[in-house]
Design a protein around this ligand. Sequence first.
Ligand code: NAG
Ligand code: NAG
Ligand code: NAG
Ligand code: NAG
Ligand code: NAG
Ligand code: NAG
Ligand code: NAG
Ligand code: NAG
Ligand code: NAG
Ligand code: NAG
Length: 195
Amino acid sequence: MAAPGGARRQPLLLLLLAGLLHGASAVFTVKDGNGTACIMANFSAAFSTNYNTKSGSKNVSFDLPPNAEVLNSSSCGKENASDPTLMIAFGRGHTLTLNFTRNATRYSVHMMSFVYNLADTEIFPNASSKETKTVESITDIMADINKKYRCVSSNQIHMNNVTVTFHDATIQAYLSNNSFSKEGKTLTLPLMLLV
Ligand SMILES: *[C@@H]1O[C@H](CO)[C@@H](O)[C@H](O)[C@H]1NC(C)=O
Ligand SMILES: *[C@@H]1O[C@H](CO)[C@@H](O)[C@H](O)[C@H]1NC(C)=O
Ligand SMILES: *[C@@H]1O[C@H](CO)[C@@H](O)[C@H](O)[C@H]1NC(C)=O
Ligand SMILES: *[C@@H]1O[C@H](CO)[C@@H](O)[C@H](O)[C@H]1NC(C)=O
Ligand SMILES: *[C@@H]1O[C@H](CO)[C@@H](O)[C@H](O)[C@H]1NC(C)=O
Ligand SMILES: *[C@@H]1O[C@H](CO)[C@@H](O)[C@H](O)[C@H]1NC(C)=O
Ligand SMILES: *[C@@H]1O[C@H](CO)[C@@H](O)[C@H](O)[C@H]1NC(C)=O
Ligand SMILES: *[C@@H]1O[C@H](CO)[C@@H](O)[C@H](O)[C@H]1NC(C)=O
Ligand SMILES: *[C@@H]1O[C@H](CO)[C@@H](O)[C@H](O)[C@H]1NC(C)=O
Ligand SMILES: *[C@@H]1O[C@H](CO)[C@@H](O)[C@H](O)[C@H]1NC(C)=O
């Protein structure tokens, strides 16, 4: 009896550790002019990249901080004219943008971009340049319309030299009911892979 109990506790412990290591998740919501939510996203994210200093290239990693906020330049889009966009700002001028698109049956984050400011000495101490850089990539984040995208384990998106790792992510756009749908496909990698 003791062995199965111990085996059940271990994954829970790993999940708790993952939560502690990657910061708390936050909920980001985009609403239209009527206050109706069109995008909701709940995740924690960690970034890693490299930058140049006088003494060579340095690697750095940092978390999306708890005080990250949705920019009012986010938008629900206009039918046939523009796509819904979630823009999250943090620190001294860093912005993560998710651009959605859809067809009759599915929606996706067709483009993700990250703008980062090398003048932020807290994240990029001794950077040789003070410029703002922009990187972007297509993503594999996709779900059926009226269902949420859910990925409990980590999902990495590589944008040039920047890698963003999402943990415990729930994302839904083209919302019909002001909240996440109950239905959604949960993608979970075996925990063994994380050990
Ligand atoms: C607000 O709701 C009204 C009535 O449902 C609709 O006609 C209008 O387009 C909506 N406005 C926005 C900004 O979504
Ligand atoms: C966001 O995700 C966290 C971690 O999975 C969960 O505890 C929380 O209830 C979620 N919040 C919403 C509004 O879905
Ligand atoms: C930076 O990361 C890259 C890729 O992960 C690695 O090859 C390199 O050795 C690292 N450099 C330093 C200085 O740690
Ligand atoms: C967005 O926020 C900026 C300041 O943060 C403000 O000047 C601007 O009026 C806001 N725009 C909208 C559409 O609310
Ligand atoms: C958007 O395009 C579809 C198909 O082309 C059309 O049926 C619909 O009326 C258009 N909507 C608007 C607001 O123009
Ligand atoms: C994302 O959408 C915004 C608003 O529609 C647009 O200004 C921006 O160029 C788009 N970015 C990419 C990488 O497609
Ligand atoms: C919608 O997009 C998905 C994924 O790209 C594709 O598999 C599907 O055939 C598309 N459906 C329609 C109706 O275009
Ligand atoms: C920044 O450079 C100074 C002097 O060049 C050095 O003492 C310091 O350790 C460097 N800081 C980091 C975080 O690399
Ligand atoms: C990406 O990293 C490589 C290796 O450190 C470096 O040579 C290159 O300049 C970097 N590219 C950008 C856009 O920072
Ligand atoms: C919409 O949300 C309400 C309250 O959360 C829920 O009772 C209702 O079943 C939902 N409707 C649909 C179609 O999901």
